[in-house]
Structures are given as C-alpha cells and as structure tokens.
Design a protein around this ligand. Structure first.
Ligand code: SF4
Length: 579
C-alpha cells in the first residue's frame, strides 16, 4: 500500500494484463491487409450474415427478451459490486467439494501454475476444451516451451491450430476459412486424415472426429476454461456444441480449469438467465447442445484431480474504471461481432487480440492498459448495432468513446501533428476576418489544382465531386482513407453579399440573424452536391445532407451555398453557384 504526500492512503496500483491482447501493429495497419483480401471478406460476410439472421429469428421467439437482457445486466452488475466476497465464497465452496483453487495475477503466473501441475502428472500431452482465456494467456506456447503438447479439441480451434494460424471469431475461430481451405489443412497437417478426403462438411467432421477420439482415449490431462463459475456451490459451467468438451471434462484423470475472475455468478439460480441468453445470442439455438457442470471431484466419477486457476490479468484494473468495467459482463456470445460493419470487412485477425470485434475493441485495451493498445477503440463506426444485440446490454459505444477520451487525455502533454493542426484551426476560426482570409487563400492556392483535376469529377467511386484523393504528407494522413474536398469557388457569405449588391435588391440581414418570411413564388436552387453543406437558413429546416460528402478538416475550406430548399429565397444564379 503506497501513501500519498499529504498522508492519505492510496489503493494499491492494479496490474494490467499481458498475453495475446495487444496487436504487434496498430489496427489500421492490420485492417488494411485484411480488406485487401477479397476471399477473406467474402468468407466473413457470408458467415456473419447467416449467423446474425438466425440469431434475430431465435431472439424474436422470446416475448420477454428485453426483461431477460435486463436481468442479465443486473446480475453482472451485482457481481462487479461484490466480486471480492463472491470469489472468496467460490473458493470456499470449490475447496470443500474437493477442488484445489489457485490464484494468478497475470498470464505468466497462470502459465507457471498450469505447467507445474501438468509436469506433476508426468504427462507431456494435454487435451483442451475451447477456452478463450487460455488463448489470452498464450498457454499453448508456454506448455510447448516446457515440452508439453496441447491439442485443441474444438473443431474450429483444431483447424486454426493445425494451420498455425490466428483465430478470428469468438464463436467460430475458423470463420475465415472455407471448406476447400480446411480440406487442404487436414491433408497437409493431420497425419491420420484419410487419403480420399473431400471438402464435404460431413466428411471433414468425420476425419476430425476420428483424429480427436484417439486423443481423448490416450491423454490423461485436460485443460478447460469456463463460461460461468457459481459462487454458492463452487461449480464450473462449460457450454459447447460438439460434445468434444464433455469428453475432455470427463475422461482424463486430471482436469485444470483456467477461469477469469469475472465469470462468477452468485447462485445456481442465476444460471437460468444466462442459459437462455447465451445460446440464442451465439448459435441461435433455443437450448445449448452440451452444457457441462462440475463441482470439485467425486470418487469414481470423472477426473479425480481437479484444479481451478482464478485469473486476474488486468480484470481488477478494468473493474476500477467505473465506465469501462461493464465490459467484464461479457458472456462471449459474439453477437456484437456478427453485426459490426467494421468486423464484417476486416475479420477478427486485424484486431490482433484473442478478443476481436466490438467487445475486443473495449476489453483488450482495458486489460492491457490503454497506452499499450491505443488504436483499438477507434476500430468502430460507433453505429450502436453492438449495443442493440448485446444480451447483457453492454453499452459498447459508450465505453469506446470513454477509452478514446482516455487515450487523448493520456497523450495530452505530448506533441502531435493532429493537436497542432487543431490549435491552428481554432486560432483561424476564432476570428471572422482571419477565417475569411484563410478561405480566400485556400481557394486561390487550390485554384490551379481544381482546374487541372476538373471540378465535378469524383476521384473515387462514390466519393464527393471536386475532391482530391491524394495529398502530400502530413495531409496524406487524411487522404489515405478519405477524399479531401476542394474549397468551393465562392463561400456562402460572399454569395450572400454579392446577391444583395445586385441592382434593385435591398440590404439583406446578416446570415446570422433569423430570415424574413419566405418568398413562396421562387423555388430554391439545389444544394451543391460536391461540397459540404454550409449553415442552414436558421429560419427554415435544413435539407438532408449529401451522404456522399464527408465532413472533415478539408471541408473547412469550402463553404457551400445554402443547404436544402424551401427558404423562399432565390437560388444562386449559375455564375454564383459553385458548380
Ligand atoms: S459484448 Fe455482448 S454481444 Fe458482444 S460478445 Fe459480449 S455479451 Fe456478446
């Protein structure tokens, strides 16, 4: 416990997590490679659309779905408030039932505990139930360094392991492979694969089944995770679809379960809520095919030596964040991945963490600390679809914005090109004359470019007219992924003044004041399609914005004509209107 200079006692510094949580390169870099792969995009688009349609149908069958979601959220909030006492209660109950409970602060400690336990059995081989938390701590690598071979038994995880690849989905880690690719992996890496293997799913599944059965019958140690841990009874719960997990949980002599401390639920009755929420949200099933519950060890029934490793690895640090802690409520259903427009285009590998998609964008930076994982909170369009489908109502957009803010706050004292640009813009825009002069200068300096590139041409399919696709550094940071609109030939204010200078026109009010009654006899001109809309007439409702025109710093140089129609004022004549 450290002590503040004023003599106040401070809480101990909470450790952040490590392991497979932070990408070796920032998300944008990894995403660029992913979106350039049409096969990968097609595989993911097809799979996510299928799953999300099925999920929507399964959820619509339940009349009290919203109440169930609310109940799930309430239970998880209670767990977050009482986590220390629930963990102690769990340890007491599990120990009394014959299990041995271990505590691990981080990935290294958890790996050391598990490796020592496996070594103590004298075995150099383990089978594994699908477990994200063991992926998180990179347990397979740690075991391999100790000369122990870990075999995944979930079909999708087996495919990824055989290919020495990366997982890209919580529920379907091999979502980015198609059938032909899986057949090739089996033929290449699975020594006992039949010679006449085809890419028929039933044939592939049969080959995997025979391969795994030999493993189950010869391996004495199994490693699992857990979907839930019940504090009152010390029970662990695993949900899976293939039955391979149940073989791991019952056949071996030693069972080691690595469990994140957030997996607690207070009582057995609370499972009722989650056993309804999870299957429909993840696999779109009314009921889960295989739900295994075990409590300690029972002589003559299942593993005789049962160990539970309770893992922190950044969860306490996450719990300390009053906004971000809601991420700990996640039940890993993957519904948020399947509706996310960013995930659909990049797939999960771009996230560089065992937790991909929207939940990965909020949980990974919190487990590692935001400084180690700055780009992930930006891997979202903030459309809110993830919040709409989350069965425990995690407000992912709220946490994303909060983490972005934390990242900005953490870097506030360091120089940055973006901050310098924003300060300069702020200075320019805080004075009307300065702003107008800057607009004129921008218009003059880009005039030759506009003439050369030809106004009205779209630089990218669907991009705005009269724009540039490439600018030199540092402005290339903007044009790498967006067009930069050229300044309008005439600003709104200039157009307004010119309009009032015409013979026979009386002085018009300043555009900043409410407009007079509209002239019903004169139709308004169309808005400029190529530039961002200027301020709407305060006296009339604004027309819809041009969806093809992004707002952004470059738009500051282009004040367009009045947006929308219905102001009753005459439209700018051809020679005044931009384009
Ligand atoms: S955040 Fe919600 S929707 Fe996403 S995986 Fe977790 S529980 Fe499912």
């Amino acid at each position: 416990m450290s002590v503040a200079p004023q003599g106040r006692r401070l809480l101990p510094v909470l450790p952040h997590g490590s392991g497979h949580l932070a990408p070796p390169q920032p998300f944008p870099q990894r995403a660029r490679a992913a979106v350039a792969d049409p096969q990968l995009r097609a595989n993911i688009r097809r799979a996510t659309r299928t799953i999300r349609d099925k999920r929507a149908a399964a959820v619509s069958e339940v009349d009290d779905w919203e109440q169930l979601r609310e109940a799930g959220r309430t239970i998880k909030r209670r767990v977050a408030r009482h986590l220390p006492e629930l963990l102690e209660r769990f340890e007491r109950a599990a120990t009394a039932a014959g299990a041995t409970v271990h505590w691990a602060r981080d990935a290294a400690e958890a790996n050391r505990i598990v490796t020592d336990l496996v070594r103590a059995t004298g075995s150099d081989e383990v089978v594994k139930v699908k477990s994200m938390v063991t992926q998180e701590i990179e347990l397979n690598d740690a075991l391999a360094r100790a000369g122990i071979t870990a075999s995944e038994t979930d079909l999708a995880e087996l495919i990824v392991q055989l290919d020495d690849g990366e997982q890209s989905h919580i529920l379907v880690p091999a979502i980015h492979y198609n059938r032909a690719e899986i057949r090739e992996i089996f033929r290449r890496e699975m020594a006992d694969a039949p010679a006449d293997l085809t890419d028929d799913p039933a044939v592939l599944a049969e080959a995997a089944r025979r391969h795994l059965r030999r493993k189950f019958l010869s391996t004495r140690v199994a490693i699992s995770g857990a979907n839930f841990a019940v504090a009152d009874t010390g029970s662990l719960v695993v949900l899976e679809s293939e039955g391979n997990g149940r073989m791991c949980l019952t056949l071996p002599e030693t069972l080691i379960s690595v469990v994140g401390i957030e997996k607690l639920v207070p009582s057995f009755a609370d499972l009722e809520v989650f056993l309804q929420l999870l299957p429909r949200s993840s696999t779109a099933e009314r009921m889960n095919p295989y739900t295994s519950v075990w409590t300690g060890s029972v002589p003559g029934d299942g593993p005789s030596d049962v160990h539970i490793v309770l893992l922190d690895n950044g969860r306490s640090a996450t719990l300390a964040d009053t906004v971000g802690r809601q991420a700990l409520a996640c039940i890993r259903c993957s519904a948020c991945l399947n509706v996310c427009p960013v995930y659909e285009r990049t797939g999960g590998i771009a996230y560089g963490s065992v937790y991909p998609g929207p939940i990965g964008a909020i949980i990974s930076p919190q487990l590692t600390g935001i400084a180690a994982n700055k780009s992930l909170p930006y891997a979202s369009s903030l459309c809110g679809a993830c919040y709409e489908v989350c069965p425990v109502k995690i407000d992912i957009p709220e946490v994303l914005v909060h983490l972005r803010q934390s990242g900005v706050d953490g870097a506030r004292d360091r120089p940055s090109a973006e901050r310098t640009a924003m300060r300069t813009l702020s200075w320019v825009m805080s004075d009307q004359r300065r702003y107008e002069n800057a607009l004129r200068a921008a218009r003059i300096s880009t005039g030759p470019v506009a003439a050369l590139t030809g106004r009205g041409r779209r630089r990218r399919p669907g991009g705005p007219a009269g724009s540039l696709a490439h600018l030199p550094w540092p402005l290339s940071a903007w044009t790498t992924s967006r067009d930069a609109p050229l300044p309008a030939r005439q600003s709104f204010r200039d157009w307004w003044r010119a309009r009032d200078d015409r013979p026979g026109r009386s002085a018009a009010p300043d555009p900043g004041t409410p407009a007079g009654p509209p002239d019903p006899g004169t139709p308004a001109g169309p808005p400029d399609p190529g530039t961002p809309a200027g301020p709407p007439d305060p006296g009339t409702p604004a027309g819809p914005p041009d969806p093809g025109t992004p707002a952004g710093p470059a738009a500051l140089g282009s004040s367009a004509g009045p947006a929308g129609s219905g102001s009753g004022r005459p439209a700018p004549s051809e020679e005044h209107a931009d384009e």
